[in-house]
Design a protein around this ligand. Structure first.
Ligand code: PNW
Length: 487
């Protein structure tokens, strides 16, 4: 690619949109008010499974402070706000409607629109009603109908005022961490070679049903898609064919697991089907641990996203594990994948172990997406960085967004990739899942000691505002140098 290490001074195309994101469980609080049911994250946190023993019970208290949040969005100057709806607020048991909860999102959406901010709704951002988890959650195929019914209610209520819908946020994370290694709610880890595949299978079908319900049944006029997460996988040694193949496998068995069915042919990538079938045989099992879609299901899944929603933060150096090992060990998604990964020690870190600062990786993954899934509208639905302090002088975060957004600009201008928008994660510091309040991603600081949950802009909010006003860049970056792409 051209101009890999040079900062590019230019504007984005006029229609390019900037936004900011949060999710319900991470900001709303009000966990048991106005009839809301418990989510699996309430249960998980109430069982002391979060690092700092914290809970999302109050979080940023956006349930009561949403008008303030909209003031912050106005200050930033964003065109849209990506937020999620809490299923257990709408349906406390996952099935029965709750008018009070429904009213909250009417108020939020109306206030956004009054302020000329486009609402972008994530239907599911990990806060499954606990009552549904009691019946197996994403492992129970009845979740497909439950999810469609929930999504349908949202379309009926809000479809007249919302034109941007995201069915699922990062299914990879909630199936692998929730039902594989148990790091995330509901914390299941007893069958990591089967349960993540079953949960993913149901999640893909649920997504497809919501998509069809929106267009065919509700006859929505907006766009509906899915958000998948993937960090760039750089071959550890870019001249070693094995490492190049490892990079390819790493992406196919992560992003491709969900993107191949949705964007290519309704089915999993061949490399994934082959690997899991082979390893299952070596393990002496009767058949592959990867479930199969019927022909009718494949037809129903294929083509069910109006844009390519992508969350991307970091980069890994990928290489192969010893391929003879997996078949001798207990079934496990990560063993099936057979990929090991490192970070280059020169990459700056962040407040999260998995997140290193590698701006050029974002441009590479955007190119990979175009090369594999065709020339589609790509919407970056999350990108951002954490620290552990929440400092207001967050020059590192300011540099991060500047440099990452600049790589998006290069992807648009030099590589001809149709990226239609960029969403900063996150509007404000919030409940960072199993890390609690120890990892801060906000453009705005939130004082969690203060009953008012006072929000204060960080330097990065100023920086993002300037990029938005300039609709790109007018001056060279003053960012600290980062490790260039090993081309
Ligand atoms: C995303 N990982 O989650 C989520 O969509 C957000 O809710 C979250 O706050 C944000 O990124 C920052 O973490 C991820 O371990 C959680 O690789 C964990 C990972 C990736 C994404």
């Amino acid at each position: 690619p051209k101009n890999v290490d040079q900062f590019h001074i230019d504007k984005f195309p006029e229609e390019f949109m900037f936004g900011a994101a949060t999710s319900a469980a991470q900001v709303e609080g009000g966990w048991d008010v106005d009839g809301k049911g418990a989510s699996i994250w309430d249960t998980f946190a109430n069982a002391d499974k979060v690092k700092d023993k914290s809970t999302p019970q109050i979080a940023c208290d956006s349930y009561h402070n949403y008008k303030q949040d909209i003031v912050l969005l106005k200050q930033l100057g964003v065109k849209f706000y990506r937020f999620s709806i809490a299923w257990p607020r709408i349906m406390p048991d996952g099935i029965t409607r709750n008018d009070k909860g429904i009213e909250y999102y009417h108020n939020l959406i109306d206030e956004l629109k009054m302020n000329q901010i486009i609402p972008m709704v994530t239907i599911y951002h990990w806060d499954l009603p606990q009552s549904l988890e009691n019946y197996g959650g994403w492992l129970n195929s009845s979740i497909v109908d439950r999810f469609r019914n929930y999504a349908h209610l949202l379309f009926e209520e809000y479809g007249g005022k919302v034109d941007w819908w995201i069915t699922l946020n990062e299914p990879w994370v909630f199936v692998v961490k929730g039902y594989g290694n148990g790091e995330f709610a509901p914390g299941i880890s007893d069958d990591p070679g089967r349960k993540p595949y079953i949960a993913a299978h149901n999640a893909i079908k649920a997504h497809a049903e919501a998509y069809h319900d929106y267009h065919d049944n509700y006859k929505g006029k907006g766009k509906i898609g899915i958000t998948l997460n993937i960090d760039w996988q750089e071959p550890k040694d870019p001249y070693n064919p094995d490492d190049i193949e490892a990079s390819e496998w790493a992406i196919q068995t992560f992003l491709g697991w969900f993107a191949h069915p949705v964007y290519i042919n309704g089915d999993y990538p061949d490399v994934m089907k082959t690997k899991i079938a082979t390893i299952s045989t070596e393990q002496g099992l009767g058949g592959s641990r990867l479930p199969e879609f019927t022909a009718a299901e494949k037809a129903r899944i294929n083509g069910t996203s109006d844009f390519f929603g992508i969350n991307s933060y970091s980069t890994n150096l990928a290489y192969k594990d010893d391929p003879s090992r997996a078949g001798k060990e207990a079934p496990d998604y990560f063993k099936d994948r057979g990929i090991l990964s490192d970070f280059d020690p020169s990459w700056p870190g962040s407040g999260s172990t998995w997140l290193k600062v590698v701006p050029w990786g974002l441009r590479k993954i955007l190119n990979w997406v175009k090369n594999n899934y065709g020339d589609r509208e790509i919407l970056i639905t999350e990108n951002g960085v954490s620290d552990n302090t929440g400092t207001l002088q967050d020059s590192q975060r300011a540099a991060f967004i500047r440099n990452y957004i600049n790589e998006v600009l290069k992807a648009v201008k030099y590589d001809g990739i149709n990226v239609i928008g960029y969403t900063a994660w996150s509007l404000m510091d919030n409940f960072e899942w199993q890390s609690g309040y120890t990892e801060r991603f906000g453009l705005y600081h939130v004082d969690f000691e203060d009953a008012n949950r006072t929000r204060t802009p960080k330097s990065s909010a100023q920086e993002f505002h300037k990029i938005i006003v300039d609709h790109g860049f007018t001056t060279e970056s003053k960012a600290e140098p980062y490790h260039p792409s090993p081309l």
